[in-house]
Design a protein around this ligand. Structure first.
Ligand code: DON
Length: 562
């Protein structure tokens, strides 16, 4: 192993409480192939698949399922996600395995008779659950691109579930924080609510059994087989909406990724029902004409410019974006450079544009809203960028003990009521209203970047509404501010999303001078609700052709490679 892995420098810090000056570190460097994910166990399983001769797609299946075992906080088979790929030939594509609203869904299903949002109904327990897409997603990827057998790919994951996962300090804290809600929501006692401590090993036998059945019977086991029957019955018993019919009807969908140019970069990102690609393009188009390197990294001027671009893009997100199978999205117009120039025409460095003065742009429409990310580059040159979620940490907190996994609360990503904020404070409108079988709008932004026609970066993150802006800042850190991958990931981050009209900033990441300057100009700074913004896992192709991993130290994230 020692000749395959060169770990140049890896300084472990437990928080992001330091400024950029002392963050110049290099991530794992690998010669040919790499997986970066939220847990070392998942990264290693992905890399082992590559070492066996599997490709990035085989590794995607293995990593996604290994995260379901090793990182139940967000990794899942009870949720969904998005994957963007770029083959070694340059061919690109995207898979949407996002959850869907159950057939029994109604536009006002989370409102009482007075039209008021019923607290927790779209966030806690069986009523919050969307039809899961993860198993359909990984099997679809395997059907189209797999080179090793499902048996071979899934076996190490099943073995991991039986062997168990060693609890980290961060996991101990997470379980402690969510224990009372998990206990409240579940009728049975849940093994995860035991007072697990750092260093303990949690074994997942029920999940291992479910995965073994899926390994044997294929994707239909989850959607039509014994697992489907048990899951539908469990959700019904707990007052949920999902039926066997809902599961049987679920399909993952191939989508055309959203692509755009920024300088000499071609950004390939997720298309609707994720807002990621479109929103990222709008922000990048808006800032492209400015000389960011000259303003300086995280300088007042850079923060102002990026904030104003974000404000405008998120106002549009709220109004225009939803499931493209249900609403028509003026994508071309929203992504045009001309539209960005027009949207930025009232921007000034003198003062902020108050969000109440920013509405969605004027577009003529003919007819007609806790997660984990992993990045993979294989030894053949294929790249996979995938973000997967059950929405909140441990999703709806509903855990099916018999099957061994948490169910999502993705229904909260819909707009339950126009103008009312969801759990991320995002305001929704008509385009993202609830309808049977509709996919809820997402912010997930799995992204691949080409530079001068060659693979350059694979990037993505969790973080709800802050996903898009975290991906943005990581790209800018590398491209505009000439940082390496790990260094770019380490930098303190900020975020603006139109409403609430404040700049969220990672505490202690920004100097008092910069914050005071922004406040003098008229910006509100919010460091309270954003201890951590995003958790980027990314890979950079270095000029030498080697790969540098950026594994976010805000979590337990790790890169593995050879
Ligand atoms: O799809 C979305 O945008 C959200 N469900 C993602 C949730 C998330 O990233 C939570 N992590 N902090």
């Amino acid at each position: 192993m020692k000749n395959l892995l060169i770990l140049t420098l890896f300084i472990f810090t437990t928080s992001c409480k330091t400024t950029s000056k002392n963050k110049k570190e290099t991530g794992l460097i690998a010669e040919r192939a790499m997986v970066v994910s939220a847990r070392i166990e998942a990264s290693k399983i992905g890399v082992d698949i590559l070492k066996k001769g599997g490709n990035a797609f085989d590794a995607m299946v293995a990593t996604e399922l290994a995260l379901a075992v090793s990182y139940p906080y967000a990794g899942n088979i009870g949720g969904g996600g998005f994957m963007v790929y770029r083959e070694r030939t340059g061919e690109i594509g995207a898979l949407d395995y996002r959850e869907k609203a159950p057939l029994a869904s109604k536009k006002d299903m989370y409102l009482d008779s007075l039209g008021t949002i019923i607290k927790n109904k779209s966030t806690l327990g069986a009523t919050a659950v969307g039809v899961p897409g993860t198993i359909a997603g990984v099997f679809e990827v395997h059907r189209k691109f797999g080179s090793l057998s499902i048996k071979e790919i899934m076996q190490p994951v099943i073995d991991l579930a039986k062997k168990g996962i060693v609890v980290t300090e961060k996991q101990e804290k997470r379980l402690k924080k969510h224990r009372s809600n998990i206990l409240k929501i579940n009728k049975d006692s849940i093994h995860l609510t035991k007072k697990w401590k750092k260093g303990d090993t949690i074994r997942y036998f029920a999940l291992a059994e479910t995965l073994t059945r899926i390994q044997k019977n294929g994707r239909d086991e989850f959607y039509k087989g014994e697992t489907a029957k048990k899951l539908a019955a469990f959700l019904q018993e707990n007052g949920g909406y999902i039926t066997e019919e809902d599961l049987a009807k679920y399909e993952a969908k191939w989508r055309t990724p959203t692509t755009f140019q920024y300088d000499n970069l071609r950004i390939i990102s997720m298309s609707p029902p994720s807002s990621g690609g479109i929103c990222l393009s709008q922000i990048m188009n808006s800032i492209e004409p400015y000389d960011l390197p000259n303003f300086g990294h995280n300088s007042t001027k850079s923060i102002q410019l990026i904030t104003e671009a974000e404000r405008r893009a998120y106002a549009d997100r709220s109004y225009f974006l939803g499931d493209p199978d249900f609403v028509s999205i003026p994508q071309k117009k929203l992504m045009s450079k001309k539209y960005a120039t027009k949207r930025m025409s009232n921007f000034s460095f003198e003062k902020p544009t108050p969000s109440e003065e920013v509405s969605h742009g004027n577009i003529e429409i003919i007819e007609s809203n806790e997660t984990t990310h992993y990045s993979i580059v294989d030894q053949f040159g294929n790249a996979v960028s995938a973000t997967t979620t059950i929405n909140a940490g441990y999703g709806s907190k509903l855990y099916c003990s018999e099957l061994g996994f948490f169910l999502n609360n993705e229904m909260d990503d819909f707009s339950s009521k126009p103008g009312a904020p969801n759990m991320f404070g995002l305001l929704g409108a008509e385009a993202n209203k609830i309808a049977p079988e509709k996919r809820m709008l997402s912010s997930m932004t799995p992204t691949i970047i080409e530079k001068n026609g060659n693979l350059f970066m694979v990037v993505g993150t969790p973080g709800g509404s802050t996903i898009i802006t975290s991906v943005l800042q990581t790209i800018l850190n590398v491209h505009e501010y000439k940082m390496g991958m790990q260094e770019a990931v380490n930098q303190p981050r900020f975020h603006h999303q139109w409403y609430p009209d404040d700049i969220k900033m990672e505490p202690n990441g920004f100097s008092t001078e910069i914050k005071e300057k922004l406040q003098q100009i008229g910006y509100k700074i919010n460091e309270k609700n954003s201890l951590v913004i995003g958790k980027i896992d990314a890979i950079l192709v270095l000029p030498s052709g080697k790969l540098e991993g950026g594994a976010d130290q805000r979590g337990d994230d790790k890169a593995a490679g050879f």
